[in-house]
Write a protein that binds this ligand. Sequence first.
Ligand SMILES: [Zn+2]
Ligand SMILES: [Zn+2]
Length: 212
Amino acid sequence: MRLLVVYDNNAKPGFESGWGFSCLIEPDNKKDTNKNSNKKILFDTGDNPDKLLFNLKKLEINPKDIDILIISHEHWDHTGGLKGILRVNPKIKVIMPNAFSEPTEVEEGLGIYTTGPLLNSVVEQSLVVKTSKGNLVITGCAHPGLKKILQAASKLGNIYGILGGFHGFSDYEVLKNIELIAPCHCTQHIREIKKHFPENYKELMAGSVIEV
Ligand SMILES: [Zn+2]
Ligand SMILES: [Zn+2]
């Protein structure tokens, strides 16, 4: 499975940075002949449609080839690029947080689940992606708190990694058995997280690619 960071507060040279988060997931189910094996899924859209489309192009992703767009929560830094995607790909399937408060698979056989909406100041869903090493959790802003998100995600099996915006998270114990820790976007305590988990920490920004 391949994950491309399309949008982040920081960017690799040649990419646009902007406040927000977006990543593209190419699930790995090459081993079976499932029809979902070639799907591309976009999670969130950053705050600016032009920058989003620019970075997608730079990553050699045609927005017309994206099958599903999943939105974590309603904040502008995750939904701002939505109109840019809809302009070039009006047929894309858009999934907003729904009312079912339990983990569900986005599409049968896709290997990507949402935690279901978790509550804090806003309703937010996170993604759980099946990989050969275990499950990868992807957060938007993590407003409900990583503890709550990881609790919901762990219902789907062993957690290999977590990435995305961690917001004000500082309860570092919660991450202790996680192999890949890649905070970005709105994470306020990146330096402390890196200090606690130097072996597991991975720096992410627009243009980063993770292959599992
Ligand atoms: Zn955010
Ligand atoms: Zn937010």
